[in-house]
Design a protein. Structure first.
Length: 227
């Protein structure tokens, strides 16, 4: 059974999430502060962490960094901080996704299911991924149209960017991570590169590049591949 650690200093949120998660057959641990969260994570080894950033004893980002020092457990940030910079900091610290308060329980549960699927398949090679009318073959490094098998030509940079996104389906990948992984550690603020190359990928792969369904932008934060 999947174990979820919920960390929040609002008792009503802890209670609501515990009830809803247990009703869906998750094991649930709860913590009202960061130090308790880190202690429970070490002793109970959760499969997913749902974490508020505004904790009474430490910032939630410090909890993320503490967890990332020894575990790759998926972390969904749950916070009232709506500013994009707060989200970027949390993602760069190692969070996997971000849900802003007030939130719908159904949305949060969908995010929990998504990270559960990703974690379950993390050790598996994904040979091919569908993007609309196209198949991305990660092993062969090709993109082909389903209808006639015609190959879509991508530049090496376009391919590298696409590969990172499709290997993390549903996950929000931060701008900084993409710049670092594609262009190198010296690149941290050249977000115009990302806009340019994502626009090129959409023109090649999306049915309607002006209204993409698969290669999505999270303004000010990063990009997400939606299968």
């Amino acid at each position: 059974m999947t174990r979820v650690l919920v960390v929040d200093d609002e008792p009503q949120i802890l209670r609501a999430l515990r009830i809803n998660l247990k009703a869906r057959r998750y094991d649930v641990d709860v913590a009202g502060d960061g130090s308790t969260a880190l202690r429970l994570a070490a002793s109970h080894r959760p499969d997913i962490v749902v974490l508020d950033l505004g904790l009474p004893d430490m910032d939630g980002v410090e909890v993320i960094r503490g967890l990332r020092g020894w575990t790759n457990v998926p972390i969904i940030v749950l916070s009232g901080r709506a500013g994009s910079q707060d989200k970027v900091v949390a993602l760069d610290a190692g969070a996997d996704d971000y849900v802003t308060k007030p939130f719908g329980v159904d949305e949060l549960l969908a995010r929990v299911r998504a990270v559960t699927r990703r974690a379950a398949g993390a050790g598996e090679e994904v040979p091919a991924v569908r993007i609309g009318r196209y198949t991305v073959d990660l092993g062969a490094h090709t993109v082909r149209a389903e209808a006639d098998g015609a190959e879509v030509r991508l530049t090496p940079t376009e391919w590298h960017l696409l590969e990172i996104l499709v290997r993390h389906p549903g996950r929000l990948v931060s701008q900084r991570q993409l710049l670092h992984d594609v262009w190198g550690p010296r690149y941290q603020s050249e977000t115009n590169y990302l806009r340019q190359y994502l626009a090129q990928l959409r023109r090649k792969l999306e049915d309607d590049p002006s209204r993409p369904r698969h290669l999505l932008t999270e303004p000010g934060m990063g990009y997400r591949f939606q299968p």
